[in-house]
Structures are given as C-alpha cells and as structure tokens.
Write a protein that binds this ligand. Structure first.
Ligand code: AKG
Length: 286
C-alpha cells in the first residue's frame, strides 16, 4: 500500500458535468514502481500467450486479474484510489471488473470510441472506471481520449466491427458522427489515474512511441447496482459494507503465482463475458 499519499479532492460536480476527472495522484513513486515490476513479471510469464492472441482476444489474460493475483487485488484497494472513488460512489464500494489495457511499443492495439454503459447491463448508474497509470500515458503512446459531456445525452447507436487490433472484444464503436476535435486527451504520469463515467464516449489510438503504455482500468460499483444479464456477477468488497447482496462476493486471492485463465479465474472470465454478451444483444445496444 502507498503510505504517503494524501487524499486528493475530487469534485463530484465536475465528474457529473464533464463525465471524467484527471489527473488524480494515487500512488507514490516507490509503490508505482513495485506494481509496475509485478505487472512486468506477469507480462513476461504470459508473453507467449499474449503474442498468439490478437488484441481483441487478450481479455483472456488481461481481464479480472484482481480475482486471481494478490498484488492486483491490493492495487484495487489502494487507499488514495478508494478515497477518490468514495467521493463519487459513497462509502460502500465493490471492485467488479478490472482490465489491463497495455500497448507495448510496436503493438497495433487501439480502442475505438465507445460507451461502456451500452453493453455492461448495469443499473443504476452508480458505476465508474478508474484508469491507473503504471507508465506515462501520453497522446503519442495512446492515452485515453474522452468527449466531454457525451455521457449526458441518450445512449448513442454502436456497431460491432470485430477488428482484431481493437482491444474491445467485439470492436464496438459509436456509429454516428462525433465531434472528435472536442476530444480531451487524458495524459497521465505513472502513479496518477483518471476517472470516467459509465456512458462517456472514450477510446484511444495506437502507441506510436518506444514507451510502453501500461494501465489498469478498475470498474467500481456501489452495492446497489444490479446486472440485468447473466448469473450474479462476482465482485470484491473493497470498502464499507454490502447490504444489498446483488453480487457474489469472493475471497481475496492469496498468492501471485499461477496463470491467468486457470481455476477460479477461468470461472470468473466465463461469467463476465456471458453477462456482457447477453447485455450487448439487449435493446440498449443500438
Ligand atoms: O485504455 C484505453 O485506452 C481504453 C480503456 C477503456 O475503454 C475503458 O477503460 O473502458
């Protein structure tokens, strides 16, 4: 854990109006370096598999590792991250889903502009994503871009492109013209994070540099949230209490060894992707 970080003020009003907040400092340099070393070890152990999978299949390694590896679980519980999340979601917080969004130099991975809310099947909207940087994230190496205020209208139509270089499983993208000139690049230093709304239009370009772009997206939800599709989703209670019982709460992982996709982690991945596929084929998908 990061002992020295002071809680940073996050404005709920700014988050509600713009649909995003950044940068928020959450990890001190030594703690950032420790997590980065853990990630690079994880990456090395899965490198062969990652290289055989196109970006749109890498979720099999990159998703929901907080259920399987203690160090990822610890990252989702970093006090400064949860202090910021609490200012938006309140004192009771579940870590529902995590995804490593990594673009190593030479990797063609990109992420088309999309709205997450269309295919997660979660209601009410007491949900947000924090994107925690373990490397610099810049416009040149493909930091996230958001369209300010785009969470406030109705859901935009989206289509599936199934482009294998798109890190999204079905290559989903907004299917109407957007004012991309208005996009804001959420550049981050290692140890900083951005926060974004369930319905904000967001995406990112490929890495055009020699600098890896390494970040973990953590989706936090209030226990009041329900998923309309699939079986009860797995989640980890990371702060406060859950009096609603809408999620299957799991025990914390004990170790850092093992391979992604095996054992309980495989079960989690299956459940998450079944629920998302069902929600995506529902009426909101456009
Ligand atoms: O890492 C990125 O560029 C995109 C992340 C994303 O789509 C998300 O966190 O929902």
């Amino acid at each position: 854990m990061s002992p020295a970080m002071q809680p940073q003020q996050v404005s709920r009003a700014d988050f509600d109006r713009q649909g995003y907040v950044f940068p928020v400092s959450v990890l001190d340099p030594a703690t950032t370096e420790r997590y980065r070393a853990h990630y690079l070890d994880f990456y090395q152990r899965h490198q062969q598999l990652l290289q055989t999978l196109p970006p749109n299949q890498r979720w099999q390694v990159n998703s929901d590792t907080h259920f399987a590896f203690r160090w990822v679980d610890e990252l989702t519980r970093e006090p400064a991250i949860l202090d910021a999340v609490q200012q938006v979601l309140g004192p009771d917080i579940l870590a529902w889903n995590t995804v490593w969004f990594v673009k190593m130099p030479g990797d063609k991975t990109f992420i088309t502009l999309h709205q997450d809310g269309a295919y997660w099947g979660l209601e009410p909207m007491e949900v947000l994503t924090t994107w925690v940087a373990l490397s610099p994230a810049t416009p040149e190496n493909g930091c996230m871009r958001v369209l300010p205020g785009s969470h406030q209208g109705s859901a935009l139509p989206q289509r599936d492109t199934f482009n294998p270089d798109n890190a999204l499983t079905r290559g989903q993208e907004v299917a109407v013209p957007l004012d991309e000139a208005a996009a804001v690049s959420m550049a981050l230093q290692p140890g900083e994070m951005s926060m974004h709304h369930l319905w904000i239009v967001h995406g990112s370009d490929a890495n055009r540099t020699d600098i890896p772009r390494i970040g973990l997206a953590i989706r936090y939800v209030s226990p009041k949230v329900r998923q309309s599709s699939g079986s009860k989703p797995f989640a980890m209670l990371v702060r406060g209490q859950d009096l609603d019982g809408n999620f299957s709460l799991t025990d914390r992982p004990k170790g850092n060894d093992g391979m992604a996709g095996e054992g309980f982690h495989g079960e989690v991945l299956q459940r998450v992707h079944q629920a998302i596929a069902e929600a995506a084929s529902g009426p909101k998908h456009g």
